[in-house]
Each structure stands twice: as C-alpha cells, then as structure tokens.
Design a protein around this ligand. Sequence first.
Ligand code: DX5
Ligand code: ZN
Length: 217
Amino acid sequence: MMVRIAPSILSADFANLESELKSISSADLIHVDVMDGHFVPNLTIGLPVVRRISEVTRVPLDIHLMIDQPELWASKYGEFCESVTFHYEAASSPEVLITQIREAGAKPAMAIKPSTSFAEVEDLLPLLDMLLVMTVEPGFGGQSLIESTISKVSSARAYATKNELELSIQVDGGITIENIGLLAKAGADTFVAGTAVFSETNRNSQIDLLRQRATVE
Ligand code: DX5
Ligand code: ZN
C-alpha cells in the first residue's frame, strides 16, 4: 500500500487557516476533525467551514466525524471530500452509512476507539475502503499514543491480506517521527499527524520526513 501522510488541521492556527493549508501542500490528504461536543468532549468545525477549506486547497480532504448520528451528515461531506470516516461506536447501522458515503462519491471509512476490539468489527472490513484505528482517545490533539492499540493494526492488516482486501489502515493520535516506523511495520499505511506537523516551522519537509520513516522496505 502507498504511504500517505494526512496532517490534522486540529493543530493549525484557525485564525489563519488559508495560509496554514498552504504550508502543508505536500500532504497526501488533509485530515479534518469534525467534533460535536457530544460524541467527544470537544467541539470544532462543521459543514460550511469544511466546504470553504475544500475550496482553498488542492489536497483532498479526509473527514473524521466524531459526532453522534453520523448518518445525518456523512453524505453531505461525501459530495466534496475524498474520504469520510464515521465512528463505529456512533453508527446505528454501519452498512447503511457505508452505502450512503459511497453513493455520495467518497471513500467510506470507519474508526474504532481504543476500547473497541478488532474482532467486533472485522466482518465489516470487506465493505470499507479504510479502517481508522484510533491510537488515542478521540477528542484532543497532543496526546501520547496508547501502545496497546498497535496490535489491532496488525490484526487488521493480517485480515486484509488473508481476505485479499485493498484496505487502507489509518492511525490517528500521538504519531511522531519516532513511532511512525513501528506503526508502518504493524501494517498502517495512512498516518494522521497534528502536533508532529504543525509544531514545525517547515511543515512540508516534516511531512516528507514522516513519509520516509513510514516507508518500510
Ligand atoms: C484526536 C483527533 C486527531 C488529532 C491528532 O481526536 O482525531 O486527528 O488531531 O493530533 P496529534 O497528532 O497531535 O495526536
Ligand atoms: Zn482525527
């Protein structure tokens, strides 16, 4: 699988979003965290702001919905974004959501919190383009990676290989230059990085460095 780096704009300066977006032009995807203050104890941005973001960057958007009732919103994002990720824990019917997102024209992806086991979701993998294994509790940037989540990445990659699925495996939370290689070895190919990208002055060279470290021979 091709390695993709997806900077999370949660760590960007929201008062200067357009220039922040320009500073990550070498990204493969831009990760946008949509939080509702209910599913997670934090609140970010919604549809009108995300739509404006899509108009000022050429990099495809990767939407991470941390909201209750994702079925009310997923296809609206799907109309103009590359991929839409909903949380398994918030979905009343994952199968219906997956179909909605695909019909809207985007790649369906599903996220699991650190406390959700891989076994609980494995039967859904053949329907998905991407599984997001959360490596921190969703809600805030700048946390440290929970190491016990890494085995879910290995299980998902083993399942995908065995069943010949073209599945992307994304990891999100606490990704650094130091640990990205380990996650890549476990089988992840799409890496979200907020703090690790936006704390640097030269974001594009940091993105390139992350990509290099994630490329396993
Ligand atoms: C956390 C979000 C992440 C967050 C990652 O709930 O889903 O995308 O921005 O931030 P870092 O890379 O700083 O852990
Ligand atoms: Zn995220």
